[in-house]
Design a binder for this molecule. Structure first.
Ligand code: XMP
Ligand code: MG
Length: 178
């Protein structure tokens, strides 16, 4: 793996595909243990979480369902400050054990917008599983129950995450070069 260019910016290798998949297996094992005998519903937030949600879900061995919603809050490498629901939830989550699956918690804006909407619908329980967490970027408090990697406050791309639409197809994660 070497330095890559996405649009006008350079990125350097940060987390390899192997490291990512190994860590996802560990987190999936925690979820399998915690949800044994229940039938959790994973709600994956598009676009960014599609690869993480797929790899996590493949490692879930209790009966489980998955559905997708689409929220957007990012423009380029800066958050736009506004969350938009582009595709809403089409499942009844009342009395369900729900696990939100998100690519990254950065400022926390996206999930602090979405979580109250889910709580209104009275799930039996609600937890958050994230691939990446940037605690230093926190503006809004969000409970992160399952986290694969805690990372510094630097922009990353790859493995589903994009810089202005590009980079999602990379199988590993790259960090913005300074
Ligand atoms: P918030 O600030 O709402 O951010 O917690 C969550 C959403 O913002 C996107 N995001 C990123 N996307 N590299 C990306 O490609 C990053 O470093 C990054 N930080 C935040 C992402 O879509 C996430 O769902
Ligand atoms: Mg996202």
């Amino acid at each position: 793996m070497s330095r890559i260019k996405v649009h006008d910016k350079y990125f350097v290798p940060y987390l390899s595909e192997k490291e990512i998949l190994e860590r996802i297996k560990v987190v999936a094992a925690q979820i399998n243990a915690d949800y044994s005998g229940t039938k959790p519903l994973f709600i994956a937030i598009l676009n960014g979480s599609f690869m993480f949600a797929a790899d996590l879900f493949k490692n879930i061995c209790t009966d489980a369902e998955i559905c997708f919603i689409k929220l957007a809050s990012y423009k380029g490498t800066k958050t736009s400050g506004q969350v938009v629901t582009a595709i809403g939830l089409d499942m009844d989550i009342k009395d369900r054990h729900v696990i939100i699956t998100e690519d990254i918690v950065d400022t926390g804006r996206t999930l602090s917008y979405f979580i109250p909407q889910l709580i209104n619908q009275q799930p039996a329980s609600l937890k958050v599983a994230v691939l990446l967490h940037k605690p230093d970027a926190k503006v809004f408090e969000v409970p992160v129950d399952y986290c694969c990697f805690t990372i510094p406050n630097k922009f990353v791309v790859g493995y589903g995450l994009d810089y202005d639409g590009l980079g999602r197809n990379l199988s590993s994660i790259y960090q913005l070069e300074i």
